[in-house]
Design a protein around this ligand. Structure first.
Ligand code: SAM
Length: 335
C-alpha cells in the first residue's frame, strides 16, 4: 500500500477501504423508487468501463488500501461479461460482494463458489407477488423469492434489502422478520432515500424508530436483541431471540452513519462519487484513458468529501429537491 500519500483518507480522517463498482446502468427491473418512470438516459456504450478498465482501475484502489469491493448496478448480473469481470477481480487481494435483484442469480452460483465469493446482497421489497409487480413493473416475484432461498440453502452470506414505503409495504415488517426465523439471512430495512426523479417525499419514508417500534410491539421488547454492529456497518442490527437470522435498519435519512463511512462509489461510466448523496463526481475513466495518473484525481475526490451526506447535513437540506435532485437517480449511481 502507498502509505505516504494516503490518498484514501479524507479531511475528517475517514479511511476509505470499501469500493462499490457499478457494472452497468441497465436493469431488468424498473423499481419506482430507484428509477424515474420515464427511464433514464443511458451512457453511450463506449463511455462504459470495459472489463479490463474495471480491473485496472480497481487495482489502483486496492494498491492504495481498498480491501472490499462490491459489484452493483443497475443489475450487475445482466452484463454479458460479468463472469470475466469477476474472474479478474478475484485475482486481487480483496473481499468481493455482489448486490443483485436475484432474478438470474441461480445461473452464477457455481461461478461464485469457484471464485470464493460468498457475500450476496439481494433486493426484495415485498413478499406479495402483486405488489412486487406494482413496485418493480415486472413479474418476477417467484423467481426472485426462490432464488433467495436457494442462496441461503447454498450457504451464501445473504443480506436481503427491503426499501419500506408507507402505505405500500410497511405492513410487511414482521413478515420479513419471520424469514429470519429459520433462514440464516440478514433482513435489512432501508429508509427510503431521495434521488433524482424518484418522487421522494419524507411522508412516504418509514423511519428507523417506526420499524423498531413495530418489532418491539410484535415480539415484546425483551425478545428484540440489539446486536453489535461491525465498525463500518451502515445497518443497526437486531435479532429476535431464538431466530437463526437477524434484521437491521439502514437509517441514512434519520440517523446517518457518515462518521464511520469508508465507502466510495465508481459509476459504470467511470465517475468517482465520494458519497452516495454527492452531487459532484470526478471523471476517473477519461483520465485513465488519456494515460494520466488517476491517483491525483482520486485524492482530489476524497479530499472534497463532505462530513455528512454530500453536504446535506440537515434533514431540511435533504428534503430540498433543488439539492437532492442534483444527484443521479439510484439506478445510475449503483446502490
Ligand atoms: N440491481 C441490484 C439490486 O436490485 O440490488 C443492485 C442495484 S440497486 C440500485 C441497489 C440497492 O439500492 C437496492 O437494494 C435498492 O433497494 C436500493 N435503492 C434504490 N433506490 C433506493 C432509494 N431511493 N432509497 C433506498 N434504497 C434504494
Amino acid at each position: 500500500m502507498n502509505q505516504e500519500t494516503n490518498i484514501l483518507t479524507d479531511t475528517f480522517n475517514r479511511k476509505h477501504s470499501y469500493l462499490r463498482i457499478s457494472l452497468t446502468e441497465r436493469c431488468n427491473l424498473r423499481c419506482t423508487y430507484c428509477m424515474p418512470a420515464e427511464g433514464t438516459i443511458l451512457s453511450p456504450k463506449q463511455h462504459i468501463m470495459t472489463a479490463d478498465e474495471i480491473y485496472n482501475i480497481a487495482k489502483i484502489f486496492v494498491d492504495n488500501g481498498v480491501t472490499k469491493i462490491r459489484l452493483t448496478g443497475g443489475e450487475p448480473l445482466i452484463r454479458k461479461d460479468f463472469t470475466t469481470i469477476l474472474e479478474k477481480l478475484a485475482t486481487l487481494p480483496v473481499e468481493i460482494g455482489v448486490t443483485t435483484n436475484a432474478i438470474i442469480v441461480d445461473r452464477f452460483i457455481s461461478t461464485f463458489k469457484r471464485l470464493n465469493i460468498s457475500l450476496i446482497n439481494v433486493s426484495l421489497d415485498t413478499l406479495d407477488a402483486t405488489k412486487f409487480e406494482e413496485i418493480t413493473r415486472r413479474n418476477y416475484f417467484e423467481k426472485v423469492y426462490n432464488n433467495i432461498l436457494k442462496l441461503v440453502e447454498e450457504n451464501f452470506v445473504v443480506k436481503l434489502n427491503a426499501v419500506l414505503i408507507k402505505g405500500f409495504n410497511d405492513n410487511e415488517i414482521c413478515d420479513f422478520i419471520e424469514l429470519s426465523k429459520t433462514n440464516k439471512i440478514a433482513i435489512r430495512f432501508i429508509e427510503f432515500m431521495p434521488f433524482d426523479g424518484n418522487q421522494w417525499d419524507i411522508k412516504k419514508m418509514v423511519s428507523y424508530k417506526e420499524i423498531i417500534d413495530v418489532a418491539n410491539s410484535n415480539y415484546q421488547d425483551e425478545n428484540v436483541i440489539r446486536l453489535n454492529d461491525a465498525p463500518n456497518d451502515t445497518s443497526k442490527n437486531h435479532q429476535i431471540k431464538g431466530y437463526k437470522g437477524s434484521f437491521a435498519v439502514i437509517s441514512s435519512v434519520t440517523n446517518p452513519f457518515c462518521d464511520s463511512c469508508n465507502r466510495l462509489r465508481l459509476t459504470a461510466n467511470g465517475q468517482l462519487k465520494n458519497c452516495l448523496f454527492s452531487a459532484t463526481e470526478n471523471d476517473i475513466l477519461s483520465a485513465y484513458r488519456r494515460g494520466e495518473n488517476i491517483e491525483n484525481i482520486i485524492q482530489q475526490a476524497i479530499s472534497g468529501k463532505f462530513k455528512v451526506r454530500g453536504g446535506m447535513d440537515t434533514l431540511d437540506k435533504l428534503k430540498e429537491p433543488s439539492l437532492h435532485s442534483k444527484n443521479r437517480s439510484m439506478v445510475n449511481i449503483g446502490g
